[in-house]
Design a protein around this ligand. Structure first.
Ligand SMILES: Cc1cc2nc3c(=O)[nH]c(=O)nc-3n(C[C@H](O)[C@H](O)[C@H](O)COP(=O)(O)OP(=O)(O)OC[C@H]3O[C@@H](n4cnc5c(N)ncnc54)[C@H](O)[C@@H]3O)c2cc1C
Length: 383
């Protein structure tokens, strides 16, 4: 049996941030990832947006960790040389009937500590001739980050402080033993001949879509917590350079129940994409071929119709299927969804489960890692 100080399960942006924070405190970290590289799950299938904390109910996990995480992430990008842009973002009321919802959003954003500025239709038209709306919120604290560079920087830091990354192995069991936790590992291709057991003083479950199943293996009763894991897929379509485009990288309508509404984002390379939408799926499957060519055509029509509400002139032929991501939601009894971070008090001494880490998990990764390091009674020397 191998012995480790802390085993971190999952090398997405959250697991990497946790590995980095724990290694910086002098913990010996064993980071386990089934894929052949880091960040190949949801962490590389998102919008790459640094959210400012506009949308989430006050005092929710998402609100607190997003606002703190955005601040930490901007600082980290600056010091670690990770490319980013504090681009700002528009949220638009595309009809007079949406004005009160935009006002409510402004109120909840401010309660969360996010800065937003009310902008009239005339002022928006002056600043953004391609856009039209009845009013807009300007969020100067929103931005975009290069996710591959962020993943690389987090891994580099963790390794510099001694963390060991093991690829091609997945956790298939986690159980409490007298003096810590026993983690059963199996080769990602399923071959049992490579089975291994690791004895660890502490375990951090940052396995994304697989995190609820691992938590159950470790004895967590999610039903008792009234928390149900659900997958919500979101599809992205690339926007051709010939389409009308706004000046700002980030343009959003008002949010919807499971997503932020079909919006426009630009990455640091200048590519513009539309999406994601949000629909329930039974598996976290991101293949484009899950939709038929007719379904993609229908989606391009629907996306173009949504976008035309604020970007006149955009047409379905400007849009091409690009990629998809799946949100690992944890839905509560009242239909809301939030992160659920279980520390040693709930998960057992030395154990942490990070559940339901959908958007804004990328933004929040450093704040989540700080929370984890604190719960495992260590001191972070980096933020
Ligand atoms: C469509 C979409 C758009 C988004 N846009 C944004 C955005 O703009 N801004 C933002 O802040 N957030 C956004 N998010 C959310 C963000 O992408 C996630 O919150 C974040 O990537 C979660 O990181 P993670 O490390 O928890 O999960 P993941 O990246 O999924 O990493 C989990 C890792 O665990 C590994 N794993 C799986 N099973 C096991 C096992 N048994 N043992 C060990 N390891 C295992 C996986 O291989 C994976 O690498 C978006 C999400 C989606 C789906």
């Amino acid at each position: 049996m191998l012995r480790a100080d802390v085993v971190v399960l999952g090398a997405g942006v959250v697991g990497l941030a946790c590995a980095r924070a724990l290694a910086a405190c002098g913990r010996e970290v064993y980071l386990v990832e089934p894929e052949a590289g880091v960040g190949r799950g949801t962490s590389s299938r998102n919008s790459g947006v640094i959210h400012a904390g506009l949308y989430y109910p006050r005092d929710s996990w998402k609100a607190r960790l997003c606002v703190a995480g955005a601040r930490q992430l901007y600082d980290y990008c600056e010091t670690a040389g990770v490319p980013y842009e504090r681009s700002g973002k528009w949220v638009l009321a595309t009809a007079a009937s949406e004005l009160s919802a935009l006002e409510s959003l402004a109120t909840s954003a401010r309660l969360n500590g996010a800065v937003v500025e009310w902008t009239s239709a005339a002022e928006l038209a002056r600043q953004e001739p391609a856009l039209c709306a009845h009013a807009a919120l300007w969020s100067p604290g929103s931005g975009i980050v290069s996710v591959p560079d962020l993943l690389e920087a987090l891994l580099r830091d963790a390794r510099d402080d001694g963390a060991e990354l093991v690829l091609g192995q997945r956790a298939v069991g986690v159980r409490r033993v007298a003096d810590g936790w026993e983690v059963a590992l199996r080769a990602a291709d399923g071959s049992p001949r490579d089975d291994e057991r690791v004895h660890a003083r502490a375990v951090v479950n940052a396995a994304g879509h697989a995190a609820p199943a691992i938590a159950r293996l470790a004895g967590v009763d999610l039903d008792a917590l009234c928390a149900t894991p659900r997958f919500y897929r979101g599809d992205y379509l690339s926007v051709s350079p010939s389409a009308p485009r706004p000046r700002c990288a980030l343009v959003y309508p008002l949010p919807q129940q499971h997503g932020l509404g079909v919006h426009l984002t630009r990455d640091l390379g200048g590519s513009v994409r539309a999406g994601p939408d949000a629909y329930a799926v039974s598996e976290p499957d991101t293949r484009l071929s899950l939709l038929s060519p007719e379904q993609w055509e229908h989606k391009a029509d629907a996306f173009a119709a949504s976008l035309r509400r604020f970007l006149p002139g955009i047409e379905a032929q400007h849009l091409q299927p690009e990629f998809a991501g799946v949100r690992p939601k944890l839905v509560r009894a009242d239909g809301s969804s939030d992160f659920l971070l279980l520390g040693p008090a709930d998960a057992g001494a030395g154990c942490v489960h990070l559940l339901g880490v959908e958007s804004p998990g990328l933004t929040a990764c450093l704040a989540i890692a700080e929370w984890v390091a604190t719960r495992l009674e260590t001191r972070t020397t980096r933020s």
